[in-house]
Ligand binder design. Structure first.
Ligand code: LRY
Length: 248
C-alpha cells in the first residue's frame, strides 16, 4: 500500500545529506500520528516566540504528538529550546502568492534555526526571486534536512516529489485560485497524492475535528497536521460564538 512505501526497500532514497537511517527514523516516527502547527497570525496577542513556545510545550505535555510545525526563525529557536520533538519549520514572508519559505535563503535560515524538516511553497507559481524550487530543495538537502512540499493540487505534489521533496502536504489546497475550495480538509487530494507519489503525504489545512483527523489518515495520509483547531483560541472562540442561536 502506498502509505508504507517510504519505509520499504524500494522507496526512492532521499537526496538529503541526512543519514539514511535518521531519515527512516524521522519519517517512521510521524506515521499515523498527529502533528500540531503552532502559529499566531499577525496582530494576534499570542504572536511572540515565548507564547508559541509555551503553546508548543503545552501541546506536547498533553498529547502524544509526533512533531510541531512552527513559523519564523525566532519561533523555531524558541520552540526548539522547550520541545525535543522533530520540528517542521517555515518562514512566511508576505501574504500574497508564494509566501511560505519562498526562497532558498529563507529555507537555509529555517534549517539553521533548528528545524529538521523545512516546509516550502511547492506550487507552480512564480517565486519572488525568480529562482526555481529546485534551488530551495537542493539547499535544504545540503544542510542535511528534509523538504516538506506544501502544495495545492496533485500535479504540484507529483512535480515536487520528482524534484526530491521528502514529504508532500496538502497545506495550500484552497489557497490558490485554481485549487479546490472547500470548508474542510481536501480528502480527495490526500487520496490522489497517496496513489501518485512514493513519499509520505501529510493532510494539512482546515482539519477542524478529531473525526476529520482520523478520516484524513484513513484516506491515505501518512500523518495529519492540525493548526488553528488546536492552537488558535481566537478562531476557536469565534466558531463557538458563531454556532449559538441568534437573537440574544
Ligand atoms: C495556507 C497557509 O498559509 N497555511 C499555513 C501554513 O503553515 C498555516 O496558516 C495553517 O495554520 C496550517 O497550514 C495549518 O492549517 P489549519 O490551521 O487550517 O489547521
Amino acid at each position: 500500500m502506498t502509505r508504507s512505501a517510504p519505509l520499504d526497500g524500494d522507496a526512492r532514497p532521499s537526496r538529503t545529506t541526512m543519514p539514511a537511517e535518521r531519515v527512516r527514523e524521522l519519517l517512521g516516527a510521524l506515521r499515523g500520528r498527529l502533528i500540531v502547527s503552532c502559529q499566531a497570525a499577525p496582530g494576534d496577542p499570542l504572536r511572540a516566540p515565548e507564547h508559541m513556545a509555551a503553546v508548543a510545550a503545552s501541546v506536547v505535555a498533553g498529547a502524544p504528538v509526533a512533531a510541531i510545525r512552527v513559523q519564523g526563525v525566532a519561533d523555531i529557536r524558541a520552540v526548539r529550546r522547550v520541545v525535543a520533538l522533530p520540528l517542521i519549520g517555515l518562514w512566511k514572508d508576505g501574504g500574497e502568492g508564494v509566501y511560505i519559505t519562498p526562497t532558498a535563503a529563507h529555507a537555509r535560515a529555517v534549517a539553521e534555526a533548528g528545524a529538521e524538516i523545512v516546509a516550502v511553497d511547492a506550487t507552480g507559481r512564480p517565486r519572488p526571486d525568480g529562482r526555481p524550487l529546485r534551488d530551495t530543495v537542493e539547499s535544504v538537502h545540503t544542510l542535511g534536512r528534509l523538504v516538506m512540499a506544501d502544495v495545492s493540487t496533485a500535479d504540484e505534489g507529483v512535480a515536487a516529489a520528482e524534484l526530491g521533496a521528502d514529504l508532500i502536504s496538502t497545506t495550500l489546497s484552497g489557497y490558490t485560485p485554481y485549487s479546490r475550495q472547500q470548508s474542510g480538509p481536501d480528502l480527495a487530494l490526500i487520496t490522489e497524492l497517496a496513489d501518485r507519489v512514493d513519499v509520505p503525504v501529510l493532510a494539512e489545512g482546515r482539519v477542524h475535528t478529531p473525526e476529520e483527523a482520523r478520516t484524513a489518515i484513513e484516506s491515505g495520509a501518512w500523518a495529519v497536521v492540525v493548526g488553528g483547531a488546536i492552537t488558535a483560541p481566537a478562531a476557536i472562540a469565534a466558531r463557538f460564538a458563531a454556532a449559538l442561536p441568534p437573537g440574544r
